[in-house]
Design a protein around this ligand. Structure first.
Ligand code: AMP
Ligand code: ZN
Ligand code: ZN
Length: 318
């Protein structure tokens, strides 16, 4: 903002991206984000122009921007909003859903919006599934992640979408990568990719087309595009470990712009070359109830959670 002029047309810029030494005006910034997204989708073979794409939308800046970019680029992209029933005194899920619906009416009236209400489907909201036991918030976040993954996968498969996309940005990906690296969690490191192809075992294809953009860039894209989005973070995410990782990375980024991008890119390069050779993924099997792939014998973690939500939910199933 301010002193920089657009590199393409010399008009007043709306954003300066120090890691690329690039300032752009509103029009050229939108075009740059859209072109970079299409390049990233093509480079990683995320999906093809005629594929049906399901966008998981949370009401936040990333996923709504993603839906907008895909529609503007001519993809057949429908939305999926999962109402998790998070209230926490601020009607968080209800308000998030309103932003999603508003976006749909304004920018995507010809697409479908699938809304899935957990409480009416399974009788319990995410906080109710997590219960009030010790380890509360951490458990709630992992149950919430588990429920979202299971339901996104189920809907994508049942409705015949070729791929499901989420709005994860570079700040999200770098923070998760940082956490996985601190623990040297090989299984997670191998599964952390901008694209995961569909598997015969019942997992839908997944992709993260915005994984190369900083959070401030997706926010700027939403603002310049006049997309209204929920600004609050989930009330349960405050103080979560991933937020602490984000703080550490932000302070490194401030000292040396591009740190996060390089961290993530170098990881993708190493991953492609085959880091951790000889490592074998655990064999997956089908859950007898929902048929989704699971690494443990018997009911999958989601089915255990929803079949007997009253039963004590041990860490072992997460
Ligand atoms: P988060 O895990 O909240 O950082 O969100 C990561 C991505 O998951 C978002 O960009 C969305 O694509 C998707 N997502 C998060 N929450 C929901 C939701 N309630 N319904 C549908 N998709 C969601
Ligand atoms: Zn310009
Ligand atoms: Zn199951």
């Amino acid at each position: 903002m301010g002193v920089h002029r657009c590199r393409k047309c010399a008009a007043q810029s709306v954003i300066y991206m120090p890691q690329h030494r690039l300032a752009l005006c509103a029009e050229h910034f939108l075009a740059w984000v859209e072109k970079s997204t299409l390049d990233f989708i093509a480079k990683h073979h995320m999906f093809e122009p005629l594929d049906r794409v399901l966008v998981a939308v949370s009401g936040g800046k990333d996923s709504l921007s993603l839906w907008r970019i895909l529609l503007k680029s001519g993809f057949q992209a429908d939305g999926l909003y999962i109402d998790l029933g998070i209230d926490a005194g601020g009607a968080y899920s209800k308000r998030s859903g309103e932003y999603v619906r508003k976006f749909w009416r304004t920018f995507a009236p010809e697409s479908q919006l699938h809304v899935l209400d957990l409480a009416s489907l399974y009788g319990k909201t995410v906080p109710e599934m997590a219960g009030r036991r010790a380890g509360g918030r951490k458990k709630l976040c992992s149950i919430c992640g588990l429920v979202k993954r299971h339901e996104m996968n189920r809907v994508a498969r049942e409705l015949g979408y070729q791929v499901m996309v989420t709005g994860h940005n570079l700040d999200d990906e770098a923070a998760v990568l940082f956490g996985n690296t601190l623990r040297w969690d090989v299984e997670y490191l191998l599964r952390q990719a901008p694209v995961l192809p569909a598997e015969e075992s019942g997992l839908a294809g997944k992709a993260k087309p915005l994984a190369r953009f900083y959070e401030r860039e997706t926010a700027a894209y939403a603002i310049v595009s006049n997309i209204d989005y929920i600004e609050d973070e989930c009330p349960f995410s405050k103080g979560a470990t991933s937020l602490r990782h984000k703080e550490v990375l932000n302070s490194m980024e401030n000292g040396s712009p591009g740190t996060k991008l390089q961290f993530y890119h170098s990881f993708l390069r190493a991953r492609k070359k085959g880091i951790f050779p000889g490592y074998e993924r655990p064999v997956l099997q089908a859950c007898p109830k929902c048929a989704q792939a699971t690494g443990i014998p018997g009911l999958c973690a989601f089915c255990r959670l929803t079949t007997d939500a009253e039963k004590s939910i041990g860490e072992e199933i997460l």
